[in-house]
Design a protein around this ligand. Structure first.
Ligand code: FRU
Length: 481
């Protein structure tokens, strides 16, 4: 066996060995993308290719901590039902031996091409970084082509996560980087053929007055309506009131990409998700013209070690796929339409008249549920609260228009919260609940809160209450596995 075969064989063994315990976990997700075993982090190489969606993921098969990552691979024809495919990339070469780190996929001349970062460390833990290429004829087996870009001057070895796209006949690549002054930025490359790449310098970052942390990871650039969006995950942004409270953030700037001068002219940075667990998102444009995003439903932080799923030899998952749209220069997110396939019979109760009291939902909810809540006649309402299971509270305060999600802390015996401001008040919520997560889409995707939660599942109740009067419509669905 060569090194590549050996690494693959070991990873497959790990799946076989632990598949029973992984499936026994009461917190194993029902409809979210999860690793077969071990640790999953960033979505990679997300593409619809020859009609099939491919979603690759950062994968550590041998442990529930980070390490020399593989690219795991799922495929789907509907973005709902996913099949595990053979391992796409294993860290078997000198240029990626400490991890086939994040990257992206493009289709070219009937082939699928993966661009990823080869992470290399020496005995003293010094890092090297290489941007690499792998090609596939069938979208299943990939042959590595080796290094296409080496580290340019002016940046540290924190230079990774290539995202490639085509614009007016040229190929472009954005890379997340750290300058030698230890400031985060995004660097642009251009290529006529996906092989020879020319560095065009920083398109956003300190050279253009953007001072936001010490490293930007996982950049993505795409057009929405008549604007361009630069999505990235900056590290080292300090908390500021309700903003930037996670260990690391993900968000975007909206503006215009000036391809002639290699510059992105954008707005200030906006967090794309307001919850506890969202990082390193990646998008693709599908055949229906939809811009679809997956995020990693976690953040690299000290909470990871406290996830109870570790006892069942797996950790982390993706968010549901979300369609992105631009509305008044703000990115709105909607769960993709196909997720409606998961719905079983609805239970609807319309026009619940809440006036300073509590309404308890008449049936127990399944641990995999979708819940839609519409609020009408809110003029007299001063606050609204929804309580779910034994661990989640959503609350809205009309006075300062603040919406918050509270969950039980994974580390301490107390509640913790994330909040944001809703400039036009609270009109609706759509909740996607799974065995160990909740995603709350507020006001048709104006704001989204993603969080991992670990309910005991002994309490499957939901209750709503208000101060002041409001009419509420609620529909719930159990979601199929
Ligand atoms: C983001 C990240 C990327 C890197 C990958 C390694 O979560 O740190 O920058 O490529 O994860 O798994």
């Amino acid at each position: 066996m060569n090194r590549d075969e050996e690494l693959r064989y070991k990873a497959y063994q790990e799946i076989e060995l632990h598949k029973d315990i992984v499936e026994r976990d009461p917190h194993r997700q029902h409809y979210h993308v999860v690793p077969p075993v071990g640790l999953l982090n960033d979505p990679n190489g997300f593409i619809q290719w020859k009609g099939t969606y491919h979603l690759f993921f950062q994968w550590m098969p041998f442990d529930t901590t980070h390490g020399a990552k593989y690219w795991g691979h799922y495929s789907s024809t509907d973005l709902v039902n996913w099949s595990l495919e053979p391992i796409a990339l294993a860290p078997s070469n000198w240029y990626d031996k400490n991890g086939c780190y994040s990257g992206s996929a493009v289709a070219h001349n009937g082939k699928m091409k993966l661009f990823y970062t080869g992470n290399v460390k020496d005995e003293q833990n010094n890092r090297e970084t290489y941007q690499c290429l792998a090609t596939s004829e069938d979208g299943i087996e990939f042959s590595k082509q080796g290094v296409v870009i080496e580290l340019p001057e002016g940046y540290t070895a924190h230079f990774r996560d290539p995202k490639v796209w085509q614009h007016e006949g040229s190929w472009y690549m954005v890379i997340g980087a750290q300058t030698t002054e230890e400031e985060g930025c995004v660097v642009l490359y251009e290529s006529p053929d996906l092989e020879k790449w020319e560095c065009k310098g920083q398109i956003a970052g300190p050279a253009h007055g953007d001072n936001l942390g010490y490293m930007w990871e996982c950049p993505d650039m795409f057009a929405l309506e008549d604007k361009d969006v630069l999505l990235f995950s900056p590290q080292g942004v300090k908390a500021d009131g309700v903003l930037y409270n996670n260990a690391h953030q993900s968000g975007y700037m909206v503006g215009q990409m000036d391809y002639h001068h290699s510059r992105f002219h954008g707005s200030s940075f906006v967090e794309i998700d307001r919850g506890f667990d969202f990082y390193a998102p990646q998008t693709t444009l599908d055949d229906h013209g939809r811009r679809i995003m997956f995020g990693w439903m976690s953040v690299p932080d000290d909470q990871e070690a406290h996830h109870p799923t570790i006892n069942y030899r797996w950790i982390h998952c993706m968010t549901v796929p979300r369609e992105l749209q631009l509305c008044n220069s703000k990115v709105y997110q909607t769960p993709i339409e196909e997720l409606k396939q998961l719905r079983e019979e609805p239970t609807t109760i319309a026009n619940i008249n809440l006036a300073n009291q509590q309404y308890v939902w008449p049936s127990e909810l399944d641990c995999a549920s979708e819940i839609e809540i519409g609020l009408n006649n809110t003029e007299e309402m001063t606050s609204f609260e929804l309580e779910l299971f034994d661990c989640i509270t959503l609350s809205y305060n009309q006075h300062d228009r603040e919406f918050s999600l509270y969950r039980n802390s994974l580390i301490h015996d107390e509640k913790e919260s994330r909040s944001c401001h809703l400039s036009s008040g609270l009109q609706s919520m759509r909740l996607f609940v799974d065995a160990s997560s909740i995603e709350v889409f507020v006001n048709d995707g104006e704001e989204v809160f993603s969080a991992r939660i670990f309910p005991s599942h002994t309490n499957q109740d939901m209750a709503v209450r208000s101060e002041g009067t409001v009419n509420v419509d609620i529909t719930s669905w159990t979601l199929k596995q």
